[in-house]
Design a protein around this ligand. Structure first.
Ligand SMILES: *Cc1c(COP(=O)(O)O)cnc(C)c1O
Length: 402
């Protein structure tokens, strides 16, 4: 007999080290932009595994590419060359206009690599260990000790202190606050081009331009974390391409592997040569399997013009979410660009997200306490946006009635 969702959930709770409060749903398979739970119920997905499943579920071309690679070669280590990683690297460099790439297993590891570039860059200047990195309040860069050290969230940091030294926090979109922290010891600024977890805050153009200028003045590196907002989601391949401001180092992950765990840090110019052999490594990083996935993702993004599609669908989503904002006074703000948008509420959104999932079979994700994030697969069409807003409207009506 098949196990019920309830049984699976009980077994999962008994087994897992508890660091998550999960929703009571067991997803078993996906198709297009829909997920199915283990009881066979169908859900509309505007969450995309946290901005990962850009091409949706079960794309035949993507599936074929990873199946073929799985049968050929999964792993060889970085002491040899492998063809998928060379191809994926070349494609990623072409898309990002950067000079060098290092493949990682996750976003967090990409951030770690970027932080090591910053440390190395400062150290190369004067052999001293007192260099500083400026990070942003309300940011998110990952959960390892390094990435957590630049994540501007007291709640995440507090139990794990002391974190790495030399990190100073400025306010996002407040250029004066960044300027106030800059000095000769500053080796880098790290920020998300669009803050994701923090509640969908796009950088303002003047802010990004101003930070770029400060970095140039002080010979510091600009690191842009594009792990969530990158890979077409903003309407351009990388969000910074909307601003005409180029980073020295950038991080990608999430949608890069469309569900296969792969990330990368990329660097250009002076940042692309400051680490040397022995400085960094990863056993799995850039193995043939994950790179065949990334390579295919990059091909399909190009062939299908996914960023342009995301821009177009983003405009439509913007229009429909504006209507929701106007209809429901609990919605107090609407931010974002392309297919990374957020609605801010005057109330905690946990119950809304939960009702959407359980009552309307609509998969949504919050960002912080008061924001619902809309980060669907990038292949959505207008009718999917309509279906999503219809379901969300029903949920919000019920919330209002309660
Ligand atoms: C998700 C995320 C990370 C961490 O990536 P993982 O793959 O979870 O390690 C880092 N930065 C940003 C902006 C993210 O959204």
């Amino acid at each position: 007999m098949n196990k019920s969702q309830e049984n699976w959930i009980a077994e999962g709770e008994a087994a897992f080290y508890k660091t998550y409060n999960r929703y009571p749903v067991v997803f078993e398979r996906g198709e297009g932009i829909c997920l199915y739970d283990s009881d066979g119920e169908k859900y509309l997905d505007f969450y995309a595994g946290i901005a990962v499943n850009a091409l949706g579920y079960g794309d035949p071309e993507f599936t074929k590419a990873i199946q073929e690679q799985a049968g050929k070669l999964l792993h060889v280590s970085n002491y040899f060359y492998n063809i998928p990683s060379i191809e994926a690297g070349e494609k990623l460099l072409a898309a990002s206009q950067m000079d060098k790439v290092f493949f990682t297993n996750s976003g967090t590891e990409a951030v770690e690599g970027a932080l090591k570039i910053a440390r190395r860059y400062g150290y190369n200047k004067d052999g001293k260990h007192d260099h500083e990195i400026i990070a942003m309040a309300n940011s998110f860069h990952g959960r390892s000790m390094g990435a957590l050290s630049v994540t501007g969230n007291d709640h995440y940091q507090e139990p794990f202190k002391p974190l790495i030294p030399g990190i100073r926090f400025a306010e996002f979109n407040n250029l004066d606050s960044v300027k106030a922290l800059f000095n000769e010891k500053t080796s880098a600024v790290i920020m998300e081009t669009i803050q994701g977890e923090g509640g969908i805050y796009p950088a303002e153009k003047e802010f990004l331009e101003g930070v770029r200028k400060l970095c140039d003045e002080y010979d510091a590196l600009l690191i842009l974390d594009e792990i969530q907002c990158g890979m077409g989601r903003s309407g351009k391949m990388f969000a910074w391409q909307n601003y005409g401001v180029k980073p020295d180092v950038m991080t990608v992950a999430k949608a890069l592997g469309n569900g296969v765990p792969v990330g990368a840090f990329l660097a250009r110019g002076k940042a692309s040569t400051c680490m040397v052999p022995g400085d960094h490594g990863a056993t799995y990083g850039g193995n043939p399997f994950v790179c065949a996935a990334a390579s295919k993702v990059l091909d399909l993004f190009k062939e299908r013009e996914i960023p342009a599609h995301a821009a177009k669908m983003g405009e439509y989503l913007w229009k429909r979410l504006e209507e929701i904002k106007e209809s429901f006074p609990v919605v107090t703000d609407h931010r974002g660009m392309g297919l990374i948008q957020g609605l801010e509420f005057s109330i905690p959104v946990g119950p809304v997200v939960s009702d959407a999932l359980l009552k309307e079979k609509l998969v949504l994700i919050s960002a912080g306490t008061n924001v619902i994030r809309f980060i669907p697969p990038l292949i959505i069409e207008e009718k999917d946006v309509d279906e999503m807003t219809a379901r969300l409207t029903r949920v919000l009506k019920a919330v209002k009635a309660e």
